[in-house]
Design a protein around this ligand. Structure first.
Ligand code: AVI
Length: 458
């Protein structure tokens, strides 16, 4: 499948500086396959290693072994053709993604920044004093700088990324803004187990995962990922998670097919990349960008649609495309707050805080690590419900999700009342409705993590 010519092309590519790839490395729907460095080998890296663009145990040359091509050929061989999402983010793709974030139609980044600036003090208060901050898939983000500057006595900042060049830039940006904050860059693939034991001491660890990248994972994978974050956070650890919320399909389609055509260029760049790096012969003009909302799965999908009947060569194989046939390149799942509460609970996190922008398009959610006795259950494709593991694990969270949904319906009808025994005023706030739903679930004995003193959904 991988002839010598392709291996040489991989070699040429590997010798170039690795582009600022996706801050969070992903794959569309399937297994998360990239392993650089190998699972469990993530570790803090020295200045010298960062300059070389490699690490002691994972030198730059190891990137040669990375199995992109086999994965691409496998993905194009499926009945629904697809390509690994992470390949969207080469240097050009990352640049285009930054431009997407500035478009009028892509509300996600703006909504999240709005929350961060409006609720920063509360968010910093939730993180607590003396935190060590871990950011999986750190870019050079201004979001992180904002948060770090607002925290009380942060002990250190550990950006985590598979790409040393991203860590280098991130470190420089943070150093300029916060020269006294100790930095511990970790070179690792955060979708795989990584070694966090070597991180310095702090009052507690705070995982910061903004941007709604969690939505780019299938719910089952997202749960697994949040479980890894839980492991890294340790007892008493906290998580601040960016979550894009469900909304009408038209808004979503516009956001993922913006009027300026930047998202279309971003998606099509994937084919150009395959031509450049893997000697494919995609005629990029013969494909078009498509954004489709799947109502049942609550996700917006990006596809590349063939404009005509055609054949394409890659990796020594030929692939047929019928006119209208598509390649699925990315999914972006949209959640209800209650759905994310249940999903995170199944991964060992107790929901504590919910911050939303005034238009309720986006949420930052605050979680605290649950005590370790939680059963590790899997989450169903429907991201509202946690479900039984085939091994016979106990149901977790489904009852709670149902009670929250019922409270939300009563809020809409104007029949949800606050106060003990529902004797208070009519509840209009979604946050309060969620909090009421969760406490009703607790009373009914549903599996909801206990409310912490002073906590509760905001
Ligand atoms: C990186 N991720 C959170 C973006 C999203 O909204 O799912 C990727 C993106 N794709 C197209 N536009 C934005």
């Amino acid at each position: 499948m991988q002839p010598a010519g392709v291996a040489r092309r991989l070699l040429r590519h590997a010798a170039q500086p690795l582009a600022a790839q996706l801050p969070k490395l992903l794959s569309a729907g399937g297994a998360l396959a990239v392993q650089r460095p190998a699972a469990g080998e993530g570790h803090p890296v020295s200045d010298e290693e960062l300059v070389r663009g490699g690490t002691a145990s994972a030198p730059a040359v190891e990137f040669l072994e990375h199995p992109d091509l086999a994965e691409i050929v496998g993905d194009l061989s499926r009945p629904q053709k697809r390509l690994p999402t992470r390949l969207l983010y080469d240097e050009r793709g990352s640049h285009l993604f930054e431009r997407i974030c500035e478009t009028r139609d892509y509300y996600v980044t703006r909504a999240e920044l709005e929350i961060l600036s409006r609720d920063l003090d509360d968010i910093a208060g939730f993180a607590g004093a003396g935190a060590g901050v871990i950011e999986p898939g750190a870019g050079c983000g201004c979001k992180t700088r904002e948060l770090l500057s607002a925290l009380e006595d942060p002990r250190w900042y550990a950006p985590l990324d598979i790409d040393p060049s991203v860590l280098w830039r991130c470190r420089e940006a943070i150093r300029q803004a916060l020269p006294h904050l100790p930095l511990v860059p970790v070179c690792a693939d955060f979708t795989q187990p990584w070694c966090h034991a070597g991180l310095p001491v702090a009052e507690r660890r705070l995982l910061f995962f903004p941007g709604s990248t969690v939505g780019n994972f299938e719910p089952v994978q997202a749960q697994r990922l949040l479980g890894r974050f839980r492991d890294a956070a340790g007892p008493g650890g906290r998580l601040i998670l960016g979550v894009d919320l469900r909304k009408n399909a038209a808004t979503l389609r516009r956001a993922y097919d913006d009027g300026e055509g930047i998202t279309a260029s971003f998606n099509l760049n994937l084919l150009a990349r395959l031509n450049r790096e893997h000697g494919a012969d995609f005629d990029t003009a013969a494909f078009e960008h498509l954004a489709v909302y799947d109502k049942a799965l609550h996700r917006i999908e990006m596809h590349l649609r063939s404009r005509r009947d055609q054949w394409v060569r890659i990796g020594g194989c030929r692939f047929h495309f019928a006119a209208g046939e598509t390649i699925h390149t990315e999914s972006s799942h949209k959640y209800l707050p209650g759905g994310m509460v249940a999903l995170a609970a199944a991964a060992g996190w107790q929901a504590q805080k919910l911050w939303m922008d005034p238009q309720r398009r986006f949420a930052l959610m605050g979680f605290e690590a649950a005590p370790r006795k939680q059963p590790n259950t899997e989450v169903k494709e429907d991201n509202m419900a946690a479900t039984k593991k085939s091994s016979g694990g106990r149901r977790y969270g489904k009852g709670a999700a149902r009670t929250v949904a019922s409270a939300m319906r009563r809020r809409k009808r104007g029949t949800l009342k606050s106060g003990p025994g529902g004797k208070g005023g009519t509840v209009r706030s979604r946050k309060q409705a969620i909090a009421i739903g969760l406490s009703e679930a607790r009373r009914k004995g549903a599996k909801v993590p206990p409310k912490k003193a002073g906590g509760g959904s905001k």
